[in-house]
Design a protein around this ligand. Structure first.
Ligand code: IVH
Length: 676
């Protein structure tokens, strides 16, 4: 072989290992068995050894390399590690504050103090201290369960291993961000794409000695489980953190009023380029812990905090093609394939066009020169078209009247709530009759918040679908592993791993199960509500026989839209087959009723009129926390009607007729041993 041939061979191998790495680490999708991977690695290293002119930053000799998460023990977080919802504008912030005031039932003069904390773009970690000793350190994982990366975290100098302060709680999970400073990243930038990857990669090293080589930092900002923490607001907590020896962000501020948040945001954004760490926005947290507690969480993010992301990046490109993607609910989403451009460090080659109306409004056509915007983590979109650069023969884009996948007619539905025709056009076929919808349903089924099957990513689902290995969700649990083992890219080991992770997920909570079915309008939050209502899978399944859909309207949080969607789900015989199939293969755990011995045990409530100082949503959580339940109309299922200001007369009349106890706010609080 001459020099060029050797170089080519080397490049080919590097390209291959890079592909394997990406698939393994980014998509949890091993393309080859471990021993084939190791063989390739060995070949690259020995080539490098023999021919000193060979080098690549993607070589296994350079990459410290992520270590597969399988190597770390999984540990449940005692308090989940939540994520944050995002705000991009002043309007978003105003809405955020309005929602809070609404929930707390306060008027707009109520002053809220916020702890404003620059949001470092690193990797979050939870440090478990017992009697001042760092016992364990976990990664965030899926928020509920993290990986035990104690030894690696212990190599970080900023993390105290022993805290002797008198007022340090007996037990506390200190949470914060692990990151790498930009100046330190300079020295190792050959090995990683960006500082965040560097932090994440080195935290996952199997050998802590490898972690030690990377200068990681830690900044603390919140806590999880605690026993003995004596602070009642976030800014005091941040002060305590530094007294205990943790680093906190020097740019943290305590601020009142949205206008002042914006001012601070602009100030910090100006400083951003000169900071020695990457930040991607500012986190605002309501300072008062009492208010935080009252506000609680929605799905997996707190109501009392929001991340205000820094402004987007823009770029100019050309529309090469307009593709129509079909989603799990049949929605047709137009996507512009654009000339790839780098926007803020990310290569963008697709931009969403949202829906038919958006294309019409902006008159976006194939061949157009467009401004593309990428804001935060959301999918890039097209801001505007440069009409002057439009080619002469350009034609308007015509939205398909038939589903590009199954040929069914596409329709725009009438939305009963908004009383408007939807902007979204949908495939009118019923779920599994359309191939594209089926594939999307399957992807949803295995997704993180649903069955979350390790090693069964979207790409594999597509591959298995093409090979007719799966058509319906239940097929996942009766896969023909012998067949898979013979497929290219699979080996004994990877099939064994897949089998193991699928079998592990055969036990699932009712809530996740309902969510995974992908019923339209039944997201995480509604699935949770439904699971609490049905308690068991068999009760849920019985809906198909009892047809008691109208009863569901009594569940607080479930409206007509959801009920009619559940109804059409059960009206489809394929869905029933899926349900029965899954029911016989899985162990679906009953929903646990949180506290079933609370003060309001077995009692049902309904509020009419406005209660002072407490919103409907909060009353509802209060009742549920104390094992009561809420209903949405007066019937003989109701035990107490709580009346506030300006109640509905009809509700009171019906309650009297049915001899239901009528109480006021104070009496209700008395039932909870509380006073107003
Ligand atoms: S508080 C309960 N505070 O943002 C709220 N998070 O999207 C969640 N982050 O995973 C955590 N700086 O990695 C909080 N000052 C800060 C933060 C911060 C960065 C990250 C953290 C979390 C993500 C939430």
């Amino acid at each position: 072989m001459n020099k060029k041939e050797i170089k080519d061979l080397y490049k080919k191998k590097i390209k291959l290992i890079d592909k394997f790495n990406k698939s393994y680490y980014n998509d949890s999708n091993p393309l080859v068995p471990d021993r084939d991977y190791d063989q390739l690695k060995k070949e690259i290293l020995s080539l490098e050894d023999e021919y000193k002119f060979l080098a690549s930053r993607k070589s296994p000799s350079k990459i410290v390399g992520h270590k597969p998460s399988k190597n770390f023990k999984k540990v449940q977080h005692r308090v989940p590690m939540l994520s944050l919802s995002n705000a991009f504008s002043e309007e978003d912030l105003n809405n955020f504050e309005k929602r809070i005031l609404n929930y707390l039932s306060e008027d707009k003069d109520f002053k809220i103090s916020y702890s404003a904390e620059p949001k470092i773009d690193g990797i979050s970690a939870s440090l478990i201290y017992k009697n001042g000793v760092l016992e364990k350190g976990l990664s965030r994982g899926d928020g509920k369960e993290g990986e035990d990366i104690t030894d690696n975290l212990k190599t970080i100098k900023d993390i105290p291993k022993l805290i002797k302060s008198k007022n340090f709680p007996n037990e506390i999970d200190i949470r914060g961000e692990v990151f790498i400073q930009n100046s330190d990243f300079e020295n190792i930038k050959e090995k990683f794409a960006n500082p965040r990857n560097a932090a994440s990669g080195s935290l996952r090293q199997k050998n802590p000695e490898d972690t030690k080589k990377i200068p990681l930092k830690f900044i603390a900002y919140t806590f999880g489980f605690e026993k003995g923490l004596k602070v009642d607001n976030q800014s005091d907590y941040l002060n305590q953190l530094s007294n205990w020896g943790f680093k906190t962000n020097p740019l943290n501020k305590l601020i009142i009023g949205i206008k002042n948040l914006i001012k601070n945001y602009n100030d910090v954004e100006k400083k951003r380029a000169n900071l020695d760490f990457d930040i991607d926005g500012i986190v605002y947290k309501i300072n008062d812990f009492k208010l935080q507690k009252r506000l609680g969480n929605v799905a997996n993010a707190p109501r009392w905090a929001i991340a205000h992301k820094f402004s987007s990046n823009k770029g100019i490109s050309k529309v090469l093609e307009i593709d129509i993607q079909i989603g799990r609910t049949g929605a047709l989403t137009p996507v512009a394939k654009i000339n790839p451009i780098n926007i803020g460090g990310v290569l963008v080659s697709n931009a969403t066009l949202h829906n038919e109306d958006e294309i019409k409004r902006k008159d976006i056509r194939v061949g157009d020169t467009v401004i593309v915007e990428r804001a935060g983590d959301v999918i890039p979109h097209i801001l505007s078209v440069d009409i002057n650069k439009r080619p002469d023969k350009s034609i308007k884009f015509i939205f398909p009247n038939n589903c590009p996948s199954c040929g069914s007619k596409t329709i725009k539905e009438f939305n009963k709530v908004t009383k408007k025709i939807d902007a979204v056009r949908r495939c009118s076929s019923e779920g599994y009759y359309c191939d594209k919808i089926s594939i999307e349903k399957l992807k949803h089924f295995v997704s993180k918040e649903a069955f979350n099957i390790d090693g069964l990513g979207k790409k594999i689902v597509e591959g298995f679908w093409d090979l007719k290995l799966i058509k319906f969700p239940q097929d996942i649990f009766t896969l023909d592993y012998n067949k898979i083992e013979k497929l290219e890219g699979w080996g004994k080991l990877s099939v064994q791993n897949l089998k193991y992770s699928i079998n592990q997920k055969k036990t699932i909570s009712l809530e996740r199960f309902i969510f995974s079915l992908g019923i339209r309008y039944i997201g995480l939050e509604n699935a949770k509500i439904l699971s609490k209502h049905f308690i068991s899978f068999s009760n849920f399944q019985k809906l198909s026989i009892s047809n008691k859909f109208d009863d569901l309207l009594n569940i607080d949080g479930i409206g007509e839209t959801q009920v009619s969607s559940i109804k059409s789900f059960f009206a489809n015989e394929i869905n029933i087959k899926v349900l029965n199939g899954l029911g016989s293969l899985l162990n679906i755990k009953n929903a646990s009723v949180k506290k079933n011995n609370g003060l309001l045990k077995g009692q049902s409530f309904l509020v009419t009129g406005k209660l002072n100082g407490i919103s409907r949503a909060e009353v509802k959580s209060l009742i549920e926390e104390n094992s009561g339940n809420t209903v949405s109309s007066v019937s003989n299922k109701l035990d107490f009607l709580i009346i506030g200001e300006k109640p509905t007369k009809k509700k009171i009349d019906s309650a009297k007729e049915l001899k239901i106890k009528i109480i006021d706010h104070a009496e209700f609080l008395k039932m909870l041993n509380k006073t107003s």
